[in-house]
Design a protein around this ligand. Structure first.
Ligand SMILES: Cc1cc2nc3c(=O)[nH]c(=O)nc-3n(C[C@H](O)[C@H](O)[C@H](O)COP(=O)(O)OP(=O)(O)OC[C@H]3O[C@@H](n4cnc5c(N)ncnc54)[C@H](O)[C@@H]3O)c2cc1C
Length: 438
């Protein structure tokens, strides 16, 4: 059984599979280890997989726009036809960001324009004409149904919305991970499923990583180890002795998303769009079976459920959160009938200090991280895997990334992507929404 590799990847979610593919296609021998039974069975399988481009920084927008091209050309990118369960595909629906927070609206107009992403600034009339099933009532910010303010009349009308036509979602996020897994395997990458990394092998003086120790006692050796543990990233950094060594840290946060039938008479799956609604603290998108996938922007009034131990995460959806979200949808979609059957999922985001990702090396030589994906980086998994491939190669060739951060030109758009924006020791992004919106 082989136990020496060029790189070991901890985690085989969408990121672990993507990075394994990118390293293997660069000629490296790679082993990805995951405690689950197959690819994409961690938080990836719960993803809304929405592809959107409005972020608080221009680099964030550029990354998402370049990332979108990978989904547009997914089959070609994978360089293999070995997909027994078929290929995940992008479904283009457009996205409407309702204009309720003026500062955020203006920020998005600026960052999208600067990054060259097509958009339209719609009036309230245009919103109503194009999406007559949507209420343009303005409520003045989210609040809880326990609060009397929730039941009060709207305070006015939304002035419009930001329409971004190229947004959409990936049909099946777990299948996308399976596709990347197949692509990586076709390039020679090895996967060890049902195996948990419990510790690292470090050089004397703990200056460099040399491999990983599995719970079974088996040791795998490599000069490069990548933490793509998703919501377990902080725990993996901990075994590497890296807790408190980064300006931007990560922590899992429990998150529920729900599924509800579209209103009678509305073919939301065919005619619907993705809606971002910070006025109600939620977003929703079309889902198969004419359903609505409803997520939350986790407004302060709802509180945040930080998770101490991912192994004991409660994955049941709960009545108070489910009913709160359904009532919010009903305010935005007047024809929506609040369903009796509770459907949805509960998982964890891997939230970073400023809700932006960390794609970087670490203070431990050879140990890299693609973490802090904060509920908004599924869309960027392929492009970020390419960035990580370039970074790992450059650092291996002696590049001093900490002092001269790498800029990588997008494979599809040729846009320069400055990796300093995703560094572990960056300044906290004060323009961040402090939410899943990034
Ligand atoms: C409810 C929800 C909705 C989301 N919606 C969107 C969206 O609409 N758009 C978007 O762009 N993003 C979205 N995201 C975010 C996106 O899904 C994640 O950023 C992405 O899936 C993370 O992938 P990953 O590979 O890093 O993590 P994961 O898929 O969680 O994979 C990490 C893997 O690491 C393994 N692992 C961890 N520690 C160890 C260890 N010690 N030993 C062995 N294996 C280990 C785990 O078993 C797991 O399989 C959402 C996330 C959630 C939870």
């Amino acid at each position: 059984m082989q136990d020496h590799y060029d790189a070991i990847v901890i985690g085989a979610g969408i990121f672990g599979c993507g990075i394994s593919f990118e390293l293997a296609r660069r000629g490296m021998s790679v082993c990805a280890v995951d405690m689950n039974a197959g690819p994409g069975m961690g938080s990836t399988s719960s993803s809304g997989a929405i592809i959107r481009f409005a972020y608080s920084t221009v680099d964030g927008v550029r990354l998402a726009w370049e990332g979108n091209q990978y989904w547009e050309h997914f089959g070609d990118y994978l360089e293999t036809d070995e997909h027994p369960n078929g290929l995940a595909r992008k479904v283009t629906t457009g996205m409407l960001f309702l204009r309720s927070d003026e500062a955020l609206h203006q920020l998005y107009l600026q960052t999208l324009a600067e990054a060259g992403v097509p958009f339209e600034d719609w009036s309230a009339d245009k919103v109503s004409t194009r999406h007559p099933w949507l209420s343009t009532a303005l409520y003045g910010g989210p609040c809880s149904p326990e609060d009397d303010a929730f039941w009060q009349e709207p305070i006015g009308e939304l002035p419009g919305g930001l329409w971004i036509p190229d947004c959409g979602y990936v049909s099946d996020p777990q299948l996308a991970a399976q596709n990347l897994y197949a692509a990586a395997a076709a390039k020679g990458a090895t996967f060890e499923f049902g195996q948990r990394v419990d510790n690292l092998v470090l050089a004397e003086g703990r200056s460099a990583v040399q491999g990983v120790k599995l719970r079974t006692g088996r040791v795998l050796h490599a000069p490069v180890v990548v933490n793509v543990g998703g919501p377990w990233s902080a725990a993996v950094n901990d075994i590497a002795g890296l807790t408190n060594t980064m300006a931007i840290s990560t922590q899992p946060m429990r998150h529920e998303a729900h599924l509800a039938p579209a209103p009678d008479g509305l073919d939301y799956e065919r005619d619907g769009t993705i809606v971002g609604d910070v006025d109600q603290g939620m977003y929703f998108r079309p889902a198969p079976g004419n359903n609505i996938f409803v997520g939350s922007t986790d407004p302060d009034c709802d509180g945040h459920e930080w998770v101490d131990n991912m192994d004991t995460l409660n994955r049941e959806i709960t009545e108070p959160i489910w009913s709160r979200q359904m009532l919010r949808v009903a305010k935005r979609m007047p024809e929506f009938g609040v369903p009796h059957e509770r459907r949805g999922l509960a998982e964890a985001y891997d939230v970073s200090t400023d809700w932006g990702p960390i794609y970087d090396r670490t203070d431990l030589d050879g140990f890299f991280v693609a973490i802090g994906t904060s509920g908004n980086q599924f869309k960027n998994a392929c492009v970020a895997s390419h960035l990580m491939g370039e970074l790992i190669t450059a650092v291996g060739d002696g590049h001093d990334h900490d002092n001269e951060p790498l800029t990588v030109n997008g494979r599809f758009t040729a846009t320069p992507i400055d990796m300093a924006s995703f560094a572990r020791n960056r300044s906290v992004n004060t323009a961040s929404t402090g939410s899943v919106l990034g």
